[in-house]
Design a protein around this ligand. Structure first.
Ligand SMILES: C[S@@+](CC[C@H](N)C(=O)[O-])C[C@H]1O[C@@H](n2cnc3c(N)ncnc32)[C@H](O)[C@@H]1O
Length: 250
């Protein structure tokens, strides 16, 4: 029991710590109509929970993919508490990282984590919306140096702001030297696949996004968007969490 709890602690922090206040304010989806319920999501807890879930379920698969090529400069879009960048800097002693996150609280936590690991000379963070950051000429120069790009469970957020194919083409042109794009995301479950056995995370993820009016996409939507934006899918890995996959794109 303790082992199961430990493995799932990330989901617990994500749901209760990240969105508990939102549930309290908006017990019924209808109440969220037209109101800014996003303000009640606690970005620091969302980022911390995501990182822990990422570590428990996905990180081994993701680092195996990273180890295929040496990486020097990695960009993490939606970098959360910088756990992924810190971990990569330890695996690749030559690597430097650049992280972008829209949540000021996540960035504060990330700065503290980076200092604690003594990586302040190797990881730079920016508290920005990715879609604004890609228009910033100073940041564009830094992005042009990245050879690897990763983004975990965040692409659906960008696809809700701008047209998905435009977003992907924009990332391609903003990161001209990136050899591999590692994009992990959670999709909407196909109706027939939901059952009483489905892990509660599936319901929580879909409920929170429906409450915040953030559309979730199907796996096949991503595959079509990647193709339309000119990407080749080199590999697809299931990440041990329902409806959650890593795409390796070139
Ligand atoms: C699921 S968390 C992943 C955190 C981290 N990459 C990890 O794997 O642990 C997604 C992160 O994306 C950030 N995010 C969401 N939309 C964003 C946007 N438009 N621009 C920048 N960051 C965003 C959130 O604040 C959150 O920290």
């Amino acid at each position: 029991m303790v082992r199961i709890f430990k493995k799932n602690i990330g989901f617990f922090i994500w749901a209760v710590g990240g969105y508990g206040e939102l549930f309290r304010k908006y017990p019924y989806p209808i109440a969220a109509e037209g109101e800014g319920c996003h303000a009640f999501a606690l970005g620091g807890n969302v980022a911390q929970g995501s990182r822990l879930a990422n570590q428990s379920f996905m990180w081994d698969i993701i680092t195996t993919e990273f180890r295929r090529h040496p990486i020097k400069r990695v960009a993490d879009l939606g970098s959360g508490n910088a756990g992924a960048l810190i971990s990569l800097c330890k695996v690749f002693p030559e690597a430097t990282g650049i992280g972008i996150d829209v949540s000021a609280k996540a960035i504060d936590d990330a700065q503290r984590n980076i200092l604690r690991h003594g990586l302040q000379d190797r990881i730079r963070l920016y508290n920005q919306n990715v879609l604004q950051a890609v228009e910033d000429p100073v940041l564009q120069q830094r992005f042009a140096q990245a050879d690897t790009l990763m983004t975990f469970i965040m692409m659906h957020d960008l696809f809700n702001i701008e047209d998905p194919i435009w977003v992907l083409k924009k990332l391609r042109s903003t990161f001209p030297n990136v050899r591999e794009f590692l994009i992990a995301d959670t999709f909407i479950s196909e109706e027939q696949s939901l059952s009483d056995e489905s892990p509660i995370f599936v319901y929580g993820f879909e409920y929170v996004h429906s409450l915040m009016k953030i559309k979730l996409f199907k796996k096949s939507d991503y595959e079509n968007y990647f193709a339309a934006a000119g990407f080749n899918i080199m590999a697809t890995h299931y990440l041990n969490v329902p409806n959650t996959y890593l795409f390796v794109l070139q």
